[in-house]
Design a protein around this ligand. Structure first.
Ligand SMILES: C[S@@+](CC[C@H](N)C(=O)[O-])C[C@H]1O[C@@H](n2cnc3c(N)ncnc32)[C@H](O)[C@@H]1O
Ligand SMILES: [Zn+2]
Length: 174
């Protein structure tokens, strides 16, 4: 993966030369390519407050309660390592607005204590950016997926959980 980090453009709502905030057809706001993005590009950093696991747990539940009450989008806690998480619920973190897809064009990964969103393939101008949120199956029914891709499994879940998810959905159908 080529490491061409985006130049920061201070004062811009989305601090990346590659993308910007727009309304999404899938959910609320999303992040869209401002121009063609080459495969492997480091597009935007997922920034926020570094917090320990206890604090993350507390904030995670509070964010979940808030989202259930308001219907607003949910939890912004991102696992950094065994000790630390990032709470990305801060206005300068435009990456928090990236929606999930079962066939994503981006991936989120951790490098040198930073969380980056990078292009998995060449992304055309104006395409919405997505990564797989990697949720486990706890409460999966509360997270229906509307990504609309051919690969969509119906719920927001990490690909490693798909066999089990499909098994459960088949069983439910009877
Ligand atoms: C971190 S937010 C993403 C930004 C969100 N669109 C917004 O406007 O704030 C995550 C929430 O967006 C929604 N979302 C993201 N991807 C989705 C998808 N593929 N299908 C349905 N809802 C999705 C869910 O409500 C999820 O809890
Ligand atoms: Zn989907």
């Amino acid at each position: 993966m080529s490491k061409s980090k985006s130049a920061l453009l201070p004062g811009e709502r989305c601090d990346s030369e590659w993308c910007e905030v727009r309304n999404s057809g899938i959910h609320g706001r999303g992040i869209f390519a401002k121009k063609t993005i080459p495969a492997g590009t480091y597009i935007i950093e997922y920034v926020g407050e570094k917090i320990d696991k206890d604090e993350a747990n507390e904030r995670g539940w509070a964010q979940m309660d808030h989202s259930l009450e308001t219907g607003d989008a949910a939890v912004y806690i991102f696992t950094l390592d065994d000790e630390w998480d990032i709470d990305g619920n801060v206005p300068e973190n435009a990456a928090r607005l990236i929606n999930h897809s079962c066939d994503p064009n981006c991936e989120a990964f951790i490098e040198g204590g930073e969380i980056w969103i990078a292009a998995l393939r060449k992304i055309p101008k104006d395409a919405e950016l997505f990564f797989n949120y990697g949720f486990d199956l706890e409460n999966y029914a509360e997270h229906p997926c509307l990504c609309g891709s051919k690969k969509c499994v119906g719920y927001i879940a990490g690909e490693e959980y798909w066999p089990e998810l499909k098994r459960r959905l088949k069983k439910k159908k009877g």
